[in-house]
Ligand binder design. Structure first.
Ligand SMILES: C[S@@+](CC[C@H](N)C(=O)[O-])C[C@H]1O[C@@H](n2cnc3c(N)ncnc32)[C@H](O)[C@@H]1O
Length: 457
Protein backbone atom coordinates (compact mmCIF):
# COMPACT_ATOMS: atom_id res chain seq x y z
CA UNK A 1 0.00 0.00 0.00
CA UNK A 2 3.01 2.25 0.67
CA UNK A 3 3.30 3.39 -2.97
CA UNK A 4 -0.33 4.29 -3.37
CA UNK A 5 -1.95 7.57 -2.47
CA UNK A 6 -5.63 8.28 -2.19
CA UNK A 7 -7.11 10.05 -5.22
CA UNK A 8 -7.56 13.84 -5.14
CA UNK A 9 -10.74 14.92 -3.36
CA UNK A 10 -11.43 11.37 -2.14
CA UNK A 11 -10.43 12.01 1.47
CA UNK A 12 -11.87 15.56 1.44
CA UNK A 13 -15.24 14.18 0.35
CA UNK A 14 -15.12 11.52 3.02
CA UNK A 15 -14.13 13.96 5.77
CA UNK A 16 -17.72 15.24 6.02
CA UNK A 17 -19.19 11.78 6.61
CA UNK A 18 -20.31 11.04 10.16
CA UNK A 19 -18.02 8.70 12.05
CA UNK A 20 -15.19 9.03 9.54
CA UNK A 21 -11.79 9.12 11.25
CA UNK A 22 -9.22 10.19 8.68
CA UNK A 23 -6.08 9.17 10.59
CA UNK A 24 -7.46 5.81 11.54
CA UNK A 25 -8.59 5.21 7.94
CA UNK A 26 -5.18 6.13 6.45
CA UNK A 27 -3.42 3.95 9.01
CA UNK A 28 -5.68 0.97 8.25
CA UNK A 29 -4.83 1.34 4.54
CA UNK A 30 -1.10 1.63 5.23
CA UNK A 31 -0.97 -1.63 7.18
CA UNK A 32 0.48 -4.58 5.28
CA UNK A 33 -1.61 -7.18 7.07
CA UNK A 34 -4.64 -8.37 5.17
CA UNK A 35 -7.73 -9.96 6.65
CA UNK A 36 -8.91 -13.38 5.55
CA UNK A 37 -12.37 -14.61 6.40
CA UNK A 38 -14.52 -17.54 5.42
CA UNK A 39 -18.15 -18.44 5.90
CA UNK A 40 -19.08 -22.01 6.74
CA UNK A 41 -21.79 -23.82 4.82
CA UNK A 42 -24.55 -24.74 7.31
CA UNK A 43 -25.70 -27.50 4.96
CA UNK A 44 -22.26 -29.15 4.91
CA UNK A 45 -21.00 -29.21 8.50
CA UNK A 46 -17.22 -29.62 8.81
CA UNK A 47 -14.45 -29.31 11.42
CA UNK A 48 -12.55 -26.44 9.84
CA UNK A 49 -10.23 -24.68 12.29
CA UNK A 50 -10.87 -20.95 12.50
CA UNK A 51 -9.50 -18.06 14.55
CA UNK A 52 -12.39 -15.93 15.75
CA UNK A 53 -15.93 -15.11 14.82
CA UNK A 54 -17.14 -12.36 12.51
CA UNK A 55 -19.32 -10.44 15.01
CA UNK A 56 -22.35 -9.90 12.74
CA UNK A 57 -22.50 -13.36 11.15
CA UNK A 58 -22.79 -16.64 13.07
CA UNK A 59 -21.22 -18.63 10.23
CA UNK A 60 -18.43 -16.12 9.49
CA UNK A 61 -14.90 -16.65 10.81
CA UNK A 62 -11.49 -15.02 10.47
CA UNK A 63 -8.34 -16.98 9.66
CA UNK A 64 -4.99 -15.77 11.00
CA UNK A 65 -3.25 -16.96 7.86
CA UNK A 66 -4.45 -17.24 4.30
CA UNK A 67 -4.16 -20.93 3.41
CA UNK A 68 -4.06 -22.25 -0.15
CA UNK A 69 -7.79 -22.55 -0.83
CA UNK A 70 -7.10 -24.03 -4.27
CA UNK A 71 -5.48 -27.03 -2.66
CA UNK A 72 -8.10 -27.55 0.01
CA UNK A 73 -10.61 -30.23 -1.12
CA UNK A 74 -13.16 -28.89 1.39
CA UNK A 75 -13.22 -25.61 -0.53
CA UNK A 76 -14.12 -27.50 -3.73
CA UNK A 77 -16.71 -29.53 -1.81
CA UNK A 78 -18.45 -26.28 -0.81
CA UNK A 79 -17.89 -26.68 2.93
CA UNK A 80 -17.14 -22.94 3.08
CA UNK A 81 -16.97 -19.78 0.96
CA UNK A 82 -14.11 -17.30 1.12
CA UNK A 83 -15.81 -13.98 1.76
CA UNK A 84 -14.81 -10.57 2.95
CA UNK A 85 -16.21 -10.11 6.49
CA UNK A 86 -18.13 -6.83 6.07
CA UNK A 87 -20.23 -8.33 3.24
CA UNK A 88 -21.60 -10.87 5.68
CA UNK A 89 -23.59 -8.03 7.32
CA UNK A 90 -26.26 -8.63 4.64
CA UNK A 91 -27.38 -11.80 6.43
CA UNK A 92 -27.68 -9.80 9.66
CA UNK A 93 -30.11 -7.51 7.81
CA UNK A 94 -32.02 -10.51 6.50
CA UNK A 95 -32.38 -12.03 9.97
CA UNK A 96 -33.41 -8.66 11.40
CA UNK A 97 -36.25 -8.08 8.94
CA UNK A 98 -37.49 -11.64 8.73
CA UNK A 99 -39.36 -12.33 11.90
CA UNK A 100 -41.64 -15.12 10.66
CA UNK A 101 -39.67 -17.86 8.98
CA UNK A 102 -42.74 -20.04 8.52
CA UNK A 103 -44.00 -17.71 5.77
CA UNK A 104 -42.04 -18.66 2.61
CA UNK A 105 -40.37 -15.83 0.69
CA UNK A 106 -39.08 -15.29 -2.82
CA UNK A 107 -35.71 -13.57 -2.74
CA UNK A 108 -33.84 -11.98 -5.64
CA UNK A 109 -30.11 -11.28 -5.61
CA UNK A 110 -30.02 -9.01 -8.65
CA UNK A 111 -26.28 -8.40 -9.08
CA UNK A 112 -25.09 -11.77 -7.94
CA UNK A 113 -21.79 -12.91 -9.49
CA UNK A 114 -19.56 -14.40 -8.20
CA UNK A 115 -22.14 -15.47 -5.64
CA UNK A 116 -20.79 -14.41 -2.24
CA UNK A 117 -24.03 -12.81 -1.15
CA UNK A 118 -26.16 -15.44 -2.91
CA UNK A 119 -24.60 -18.22 -0.81
CA UNK A 120 -24.92 -15.94 2.24
CA UNK A 121 -28.63 -15.36 1.62
CA UNK A 122 -29.16 -19.00 0.76
CA UNK A 123 -27.71 -20.07 4.13
CA UNK A 124 -30.40 -18.03 5.86
CA UNK A 125 -33.28 -19.46 3.80
CA UNK A 126 -35.38 -22.61 4.14
CA UNK A 127 -36.00 -25.00 1.26
CA UNK A 128 -39.54 -23.58 0.94
CA UNK A 129 -38.01 -20.15 0.21
CA UNK A 130 -36.80 -19.43 -3.29
CA UNK A 131 -33.57 -17.65 -4.19
CA UNK A 132 -33.13 -16.23 -7.68
CA UNK A 133 -29.51 -15.24 -8.32
CA UNK A 134 -29.15 -13.04 -11.39
CA UNK A 135 -26.07 -11.82 -13.22
CA UNK A 136 -26.21 -9.52 -16.22
CA UNK A 137 -22.77 -10.34 -17.62
CA UNK A 138 -22.82 -13.69 -19.40
CA UNK A 139 -19.17 -14.53 -18.77
CA UNK A 140 -19.70 -14.09 -15.02
CA UNK A 141 -22.61 -16.56 -14.87
CA UNK A 142 -20.49 -19.78 -14.76
CA UNK A 143 -18.66 -18.73 -11.57
CA UNK A 144 -22.02 -17.89 -9.99
CA UNK A 145 -23.53 -21.28 -10.89
CA UNK A 146 -20.37 -23.13 -9.80
CA UNK A 147 -20.49 -21.46 -6.40
CA UNK A 148 -24.18 -22.19 -5.96
CA UNK A 149 -23.69 -25.78 -7.12
CA UNK A 150 -21.03 -26.17 -4.43
CA UNK A 151 -23.40 -24.73 -1.83
CA UNK A 152 -25.60 -27.68 -2.71
CA UNK A 153 -29.13 -26.41 -2.09
CA UNK A 154 -32.08 -27.16 -4.35
CA UNK A 155 -34.10 -23.95 -3.94
CA UNK A 156 -32.00 -21.74 -6.21
CA UNK A 157 -32.49 -20.47 -9.75
CA UNK A 158 -29.74 -18.67 -11.66
CA UNK A 159 -30.68 -16.20 -14.39
CA UNK A 160 -28.68 -14.11 -16.86
CA UNK A 161 -30.71 -10.94 -17.42
CA UNK A 162 -30.68 -7.19 -17.49
CA UNK A 163 -32.54 -5.63 -14.51
CA UNK A 164 -35.13 -4.28 -16.97
CA UNK A 165 -36.18 -7.88 -17.82
CA UNK A 166 -37.52 -8.18 -14.27
CA UNK A 167 -39.89 -5.20 -14.63
CA UNK A 168 -42.85 -7.27 -15.92
CA UNK A 169 -42.59 -9.63 -12.93
CA UNK A 170 -44.77 -7.31 -10.88
CA UNK A 171 -44.92 -7.88 -7.11
CA UNK A 172 -43.00 -11.16 -7.45
CA UNK A 173 -40.18 -10.91 -4.90
CA UNK A 174 -40.59 -10.40 -1.16
CA UNK A 175 -36.96 -9.42 -0.69
CA UNK A 176 -34.57 -7.97 -3.27
CA UNK A 177 -30.87 -7.45 -2.73
CA UNK A 178 -29.22 -4.94 -5.05
CA UNK A 179 -25.48 -5.25 -4.40
CA UNK A 180 -24.90 -2.57 -6.96
CA UNK A 181 -21.96 -2.15 -9.33
CA UNK A 182 -20.12 0.85 -7.86
CA UNK A 183 -16.93 2.90 -7.91
CA UNK A 184 -15.34 0.36 -5.56
CA UNK A 185 -13.45 2.56 -3.06
CA UNK A 186 -14.32 0.10 -0.28
CA UNK A 187 -11.87 -2.33 -1.86
CA UNK A 188 -8.91 0.10 -1.95
CA UNK A 189 -7.17 -1.71 0.88
CA UNK A 190 -7.41 -5.10 -0.86
CA UNK A 191 -6.75 -3.70 -4.30
CA UNK A 192 -4.71 -0.48 -4.07
CA UNK A 193 -4.41 -0.31 -7.88
CA UNK A 194 -8.12 0.54 -7.98
CA UNK A 195 -7.19 3.97 -6.58
CA UNK A 196 -5.77 4.96 -9.93
CA UNK A 197 -9.11 4.32 -11.59
CA UNK A 198 -11.24 6.26 -9.12
CA UNK A 199 -12.70 9.61 -10.23
CA UNK A 200 -15.60 11.83 -9.26
CA UNK A 201 -16.91 11.49 -12.81
CA UNK A 202 -17.08 7.71 -12.39
CA UNK A 203 -18.86 8.07 -9.04
CA UNK A 204 -21.51 10.14 -10.84
CA UNK A 205 -21.84 7.57 -13.61
CA UNK A 206 -22.23 4.83 -11.02
CA UNK A 207 -24.90 6.85 -9.25
CA UNK A 208 -26.90 7.16 -12.48
CA UNK A 209 -26.58 3.45 -13.21
CA UNK A 210 -27.65 2.59 -9.66
CA UNK A 211 -30.81 4.69 -10.08
CA UNK A 212 -31.56 2.98 -13.38
CA UNK A 213 -31.12 -0.51 -11.91
CA UNK A 214 -33.34 0.31 -8.93
CA UNK A 215 -36.08 1.87 -11.08
CA UNK A 216 -36.12 -1.24 -13.29
CA UNK A 217 -36.35 -3.68 -10.42
CA UNK A 218 -38.75 -1.76 -8.17
CA UNK A 219 -42.06 -3.04 -9.69
CA UNK A 220 -41.03 -6.66 -9.04
CA UNK A 221 -40.89 -6.05 -5.28
CA UNK A 222 -44.09 -6.90 -3.38
CA UNK A 223 -45.97 -4.33 -1.35
CA UNK A 224 -44.38 -4.47 2.14
CA UNK A 225 -41.41 -6.21 0.53
CA UNK A 226 -37.84 -5.29 1.50
CA UNK A 227 -35.14 -3.82 -0.67
CA UNK A 228 -31.63 -4.33 0.65
CA UNK A 229 -29.19 -2.00 -1.05
CA UNK A 230 -25.42 -2.27 -0.74
CA UNK A 231 -22.24 -1.00 -2.35
CA UNK A 232 -18.55 -1.30 -1.66
CA UNK A 233 -18.16 2.45 -2.12
CA UNK A 234 -17.77 5.21 0.48
CA UNK A 235 -19.24 7.89 -1.78
CA UNK A 236 -22.31 9.70 -0.50
CA UNK A 237 -23.73 9.91 -4.05
CA UNK A 238 -23.79 6.11 -4.34
CA UNK A 239 -25.13 5.54 -0.85
CA UNK A 240 -27.21 8.02 1.20
CA UNK A 241 -28.11 10.03 -1.93
CA UNK A 242 -29.51 6.86 -3.50
CA UNK A 243 -31.65 6.28 -0.40
CA UNK A 244 -33.01 9.84 -0.72
CA UNK A 245 -33.69 9.30 -4.40
CA UNK A 246 -35.57 6.04 -3.62
CA UNK A 247 -37.72 7.69 -0.94
CA UNK A 248 -38.39 10.72 -3.19
CA UNK A 249 -39.27 8.65 -6.27
CA UNK A 250 -41.18 5.78 -4.68
CA UNK A 251 -43.25 5.16 -1.60
CA UNK A 252 -40.61 3.55 0.59
CA UNK A 253 -39.75 3.67 4.27
CA UNK A 254 -36.34 3.19 5.79
CA UNK A 255 -35.76 0.29 8.17
CA UNK A 256 -33.40 0.75 11.07
CA UNK A 257 -31.17 -2.28 11.65
CA UNK A 258 -29.95 -3.06 15.18
CA UNK A 259 -26.15 -2.89 15.41
CA UNK A 260 -23.99 -3.64 18.39
CA UNK A 261 -21.77 -0.66 19.27
CA UNK A 262 -18.72 -2.90 19.65
CA UNK A 263 -18.88 -3.91 15.99
CA UNK A 264 -17.58 -0.48 14.95
CA UNK A 265 -20.26 -0.05 12.26
CA UNK A 266 -21.23 3.62 11.70
CA UNK A 267 -24.94 4.36 11.38
CA UNK A 268 -25.65 7.24 9.00
CA UNK A 269 -28.79 9.05 7.88
CA UNK A 270 -29.56 10.53 4.50
CA UNK A 271 -30.07 14.30 4.28
CA UNK A 272 -33.68 14.44 3.03
CA UNK A 273 -35.54 11.28 4.01
CA UNK A 274 -33.39 10.57 7.07
CA UNK A 275 -33.05 7.00 5.81
CA UNK A 276 -30.68 4.79 7.80
CA UNK A 277 -27.48 3.48 6.29
CA UNK A 278 -24.63 1.37 7.69
CA UNK A 279 -21.04 2.30 6.89
CA UNK A 280 -18.09 -0.01 7.33
CA UNK A 281 -14.68 1.68 7.54
CA UNK A 282 -11.52 -0.46 7.72
CA UNK A 283 -9.82 0.43 10.99
CA UNK A 284 -13.17 0.74 12.72
CA UNK A 285 -14.49 -2.67 11.70
CA UNK A 286 -12.59 -5.90 11.10
CA UNK A 287 -13.45 -5.92 7.41
CA UNK A 288 -13.31 -3.86 4.22
CA UNK A 289 -15.44 -0.91 3.09
CA UNK A 290 -19.17 -1.49 2.71
CA UNK A 291 -22.41 0.45 2.74
CA UNK A 292 -25.73 -1.27 3.37
CA UNK A 293 -29.31 -0.14 3.93
CA UNK A 294 -32.80 -1.60 3.96
CA UNK A 295 -36.09 -0.06 2.86
CA UNK A 296 -39.67 -1.31 2.76
CA UNK A 297 -42.03 -0.69 -0.15
CA UNK A 298 -45.39 0.79 0.84
CA UNK A 299 -47.29 0.70 -2.44
CA UNK A 300 -48.58 -1.84 -4.90
CA UNK A 301 -47.26 -2.04 -8.46
CA UNK A 302 -50.27 -4.01 -9.71
CA UNK A 303 -50.21 -7.75 -9.32
CA UNK A 304 -49.62 -10.05 -12.27
CA UNK A 305 -51.09 -13.52 -12.57
CA UNK A 306 -48.42 -16.16 -12.09
CA UNK A 307 -50.66 -19.22 -12.11
CA UNK A 308 -49.62 -21.65 -14.76
CA UNK A 309 -50.89 -25.00 -15.93
CA UNK A 310 -47.65 -25.90 -17.64
CA UNK A 311 -47.23 -29.61 -17.04
CA UNK A 312 -44.70 -31.94 -18.62
CA UNK A 313 -45.86 -35.47 -19.31
CA UNK A 314 -43.09 -37.62 -17.91
CA UNK A 315 -42.64 -41.38 -18.42
CA UNK A 316 -43.40 -43.08 -15.08
CA UNK A 317 -40.65 -45.65 -15.42
CA UNK A 318 -37.96 -43.00 -16.00
CA UNK A 319 -39.36 -40.94 -13.17
CA UNK A 320 -38.97 -43.86 -10.78
CA UNK A 321 -35.39 -44.45 -11.90
CA UNK A 322 -34.49 -40.80 -11.26
CA UNK A 323 -36.33 -40.63 -7.95
CA UNK A 324 -34.12 -43.38 -6.53
CA UNK A 325 -31.19 -40.92 -6.50
CA UNK A 326 -32.97 -38.26 -4.44
CA UNK A 327 -33.79 -38.08 -0.76
CA UNK A 328 -37.50 -37.48 -0.03
CA UNK A 329 -38.10 -37.49 -3.79
CA UNK A 330 -41.79 -36.64 -3.39
CA UNK A 331 -40.82 -33.21 -2.04
CA UNK A 332 -39.44 -32.33 -5.49
CA UNK A 333 -40.82 -31.28 -8.81
CA UNK A 334 -38.93 -33.34 -11.37
CA UNK A 335 -38.77 -32.13 -14.93
CA UNK A 336 -36.74 -32.51 -18.09
CA UNK A 337 -34.77 -29.96 -20.08
CA UNK A 338 -33.69 -31.66 -23.30
CA UNK A 339 -32.32 -34.99 -22.03
CA UNK A 340 -31.41 -33.76 -18.57
CA UNK A 341 -33.49 -34.45 -15.50
CA UNK A 342 -33.74 -31.66 -12.94
CA UNK A 343 -35.26 -31.35 -9.48
CA UNK A 344 -36.45 -28.29 -7.60
CA UNK A 345 -38.41 -28.11 -4.36
CA UNK A 346 -42.04 -28.74 -5.24
CA UNK A 347 -43.12 -25.35 -3.83
CA UNK A 348 -41.15 -23.56 -6.56
CA UNK A 349 -42.77 -25.11 -9.61
CA UNK A 350 -45.05 -22.15 -10.32
CA UNK A 351 -42.32 -19.61 -9.67
CA UNK A 352 -40.04 -21.44 -12.06
CA UNK A 353 -42.69 -21.44 -14.79
CA UNK A 354 -43.36 -17.73 -14.27
CA UNK A 355 -39.66 -16.85 -14.40
CA UNK A 356 -39.24 -19.02 -17.46
CA UNK A 357 -41.60 -16.77 -19.41
CA UNK A 358 -39.44 -13.67 -18.89
CA UNK A 359 -35.87 -14.70 -18.12
CA UNK A 360 -32.89 -16.72 -19.34
CA UNK A 361 -32.63 -19.49 -16.82
CA UNK A 362 -29.14 -20.91 -16.43
CA UNK A 363 -29.70 -23.18 -13.46
CA UNK A 364 -32.83 -24.35 -11.72
CA UNK A 365 -32.67 -26.48 -8.62
CA UNK A 366 -30.36 -29.45 -9.09
CA UNK A 367 -29.45 -31.15 -12.36
CA UNK A 368 -29.73 -34.85 -11.66
CA UNK A 369 -28.38 -36.32 -14.90
CA UNK A 370 -29.35 -38.16 -18.07
CA UNK A 371 -30.84 -41.60 -18.41
CA UNK A 372 -29.18 -44.13 -20.67
CA UNK A 373 -31.46 -47.16 -20.65
CA UNK A 374 -31.93 -48.07 -17.02
CA UNK A 375 -28.82 -46.23 -15.87
CA UNK A 376 -28.44 -42.68 -14.76
CA UNK A 377 -25.41 -40.77 -15.97
CA UNK A 378 -25.25 -38.58 -12.88
CA UNK A 379 -24.53 -34.86 -13.10
CA UNK A 380 -21.85 -33.02 -11.11
CA UNK A 381 -24.59 -30.85 -9.56
CA UNK A 382 -26.19 -33.94 -8.05
CA UNK A 383 -22.90 -34.99 -6.47
CA UNK A 384 -22.53 -31.65 -4.66
CA UNK A 385 -26.16 -31.30 -3.71
CA UNK A 386 -27.69 -31.97 -0.34
CA UNK A 387 -30.61 -33.86 -1.92
CA UNK A 388 -28.59 -36.84 -3.13
CA UNK A 389 -29.62 -40.19 -1.70
CA UNK A 390 -26.22 -41.39 -0.53
CA UNK A 391 -27.64 -44.79 0.47
CA UNK A 392 -28.33 -45.62 -3.17
CA UNK A 393 -24.86 -44.71 -4.31
CA UNK A 394 -21.35 -46.06 -3.99
CA UNK A 395 -18.86 -43.74 -2.24
CA UNK A 396 -15.07 -43.76 -2.32
CA UNK A 397 -13.32 -41.81 0.43
CA UNK A 398 -10.06 -40.17 -0.63
CA UNK A 399 -7.17 -38.85 1.43
CA UNK A 400 -5.94 -35.32 0.74
CA UNK A 401 -3.36 -36.34 -1.86
CA UNK A 402 -5.84 -38.52 -3.74
CA UNK A 403 -8.48 -35.79 -3.53
CA UNK A 404 -6.09 -33.31 -5.17
CA UNK A 405 -5.31 -35.88 -7.89
CA UNK A 406 -9.04 -36.28 -8.45
CA UNK A 407 -9.66 -32.50 -8.54
CA UNK A 408 -6.88 -32.16 -11.13
CA UNK A 409 -8.40 -34.97 -13.20
CA UNK A 410 -5.16 -36.91 -12.80
CA UNK A 411 -4.94 -40.64 -12.22
CA UNK A 412 -5.80 -41.48 -8.64
CA UNK A 413 -3.44 -43.72 -6.64
CA UNK A 414 -6.01 -45.91 -4.97
CA UNK A 415 -7.02 -49.55 -4.63
CA UNK A 416 -10.30 -49.94 -6.51
CA UNK A 417 -13.14 -51.41 -4.50
CA UNK A 418 -16.54 -51.67 -6.15
CA UNK A 419 -17.76 -51.14 -9.67
CA UNK A 420 -19.74 -48.44 -11.47
CA UNK A 421 -20.53 -44.83 -10.61
CA UNK A 422 -19.03 -43.68 -7.33
CA UNK A 423 -19.10 -40.42 -5.43
CA UNK A 424 -15.56 -39.34 -4.62
CA UNK A 425 -15.53 -37.92 -1.11
CA UNK A 426 -13.08 -36.15 1.18
CA UNK A 427 -13.78 -36.11 4.91
CA UNK A 428 -17.25 -37.36 3.96
CA UNK A 429 -17.95 -34.41 1.61
CA UNK A 430 -18.67 -35.21 -2.03
CA UNK A 431 -16.29 -33.73 -4.62
CA UNK A 432 -17.79 -35.27 -7.76
CA UNK A 433 -18.15 -38.52 -9.70
CA UNK A 434 -15.87 -41.23 -11.02
CA UNK A 435 -16.63 -44.50 -12.72
CA UNK A 436 -14.90 -47.49 -11.18
CA UNK A 437 -13.84 -50.12 -13.70
CA UNK A 438 -12.04 -53.40 -12.93
CA UNK A 439 -8.60 -52.02 -13.74
CA UNK A 440 -8.98 -48.25 -13.83
CA UNK A 441 -10.97 -45.26 -12.65
CA UNK A 442 -12.60 -42.86 -15.10
CA UNK A 443 -12.44 -39.40 -13.56
CA UNK A 444 -15.58 -37.34 -14.28
CA UNK A 445 -14.60 -34.17 -12.44
CA UNK A 446 -15.67 -31.30 -14.77
CA UNK A 447 -12.75 -30.11 -16.91
CA UNK A 448 -13.68 -26.43 -16.63
CA UNK A 449 -13.34 -26.30 -12.85
CA UNK A 450 -10.43 -28.69 -12.29
CA UNK A 451 -7.36 -27.47 -10.43
CA UNK A 452 -5.09 -26.08 -13.12
CA UNK A 453 -2.25 -24.90 -10.92
CA UNK A 454 0.57 -27.42 -10.53
CA UNK A 455 2.21 -25.79 -7.53
CA UNK A 456 0.79 -25.69 -4.03
CA UNK A 457 0.95 -22.04 -2.91
C1 LIG B 1 -20.55 -5.75 -6.49
S1 LIG B 1 -20.66 -6.90 -7.75
C2 LIG B 1 -21.62 -8.16 -7.05
C3 LIG B 1 -20.93 -9.05 -6.05
C4 LIG B 1 -21.81 -10.17 -5.59
N1 LIG B 1 -23.08 -9.65 -5.08
C5 LIG B 1 -21.15 -11.00 -4.50
O1 LIG B 1 -21.40 -10.74 -3.30
O2 LIG B 1 -20.41 -11.94 -4.83
C6 LIG B 1 -21.78 -6.15 -8.86
C7 LIG B 1 -22.31 -7.04 -9.95
O3 LIG B 1 -23.20 -6.24 -10.77
C8 LIG B 1 -23.04 -6.60 -12.11
N2 LIG B 1 -23.47 -5.48 -12.98
C9 LIG B 1 -22.71 -4.65 -13.72
N3 LIG B 1 -23.49 -3.76 -14.39
C10 LIG B 1 -24.76 -4.05 -14.07
C11 LIG B 1 -26.02 -3.52 -14.47
N4 LIG B 1 -26.11 -2.49 -15.33
N5 LIG B 1 -27.12 -4.10 -13.96
C12 LIG B 1 -27.04 -5.13 -13.09
N6 LIG B 1 -25.88 -5.66 -12.69
C13 LIG B 1 -24.76 -5.14 -13.16
C14 LIG B 1 -21.58 -6.95 -12.24
O4 LIG B 1 -21.36 -7.80 -13.32
C15 LIG B 1 -21.24 -7.58 -10.89
O5 LIG B 1 -21.36 -8.98 -10.97
Amino acid sequence: MANHTFPDKFLDNLAVEPGFDKENFIEAHASESSLTSIRLNPFKPSNIKTDGQVPWCAEGFYLNERPSFTFDPLFHAGAYYVQEASSMFISHILYSIRTDETEPVRVLDLCAAPGGKSTLLNSALQSSDLLVANEIIKTRVPILTDNLNRWGTSNTIVTNNDPRDFTPLKEFFDIILVDAPCSGSGMFRKDPDAMGEWSEANVNLCHQRQERILADIYPSLTEDGYLIYSTCSYSHQENEDILDWLCRTFDMESIRIPVNKEWGVVESQSAEAKAWGYRFYPGKVKGEGLFAACLRKRENSGQSNYKSNAQQKLPAKELDLVKAYINSADDFYLFKVNDDWLAINREHKESLNALHRHLYIKKSGVRIGKLAGNDLIPDHELALSNIINKDAILSTELNKEQAIQYLRRDNIDIQITGKGWSLMTYEGHALGWAKLLPNRINNYYPKEIRIFSQKQE
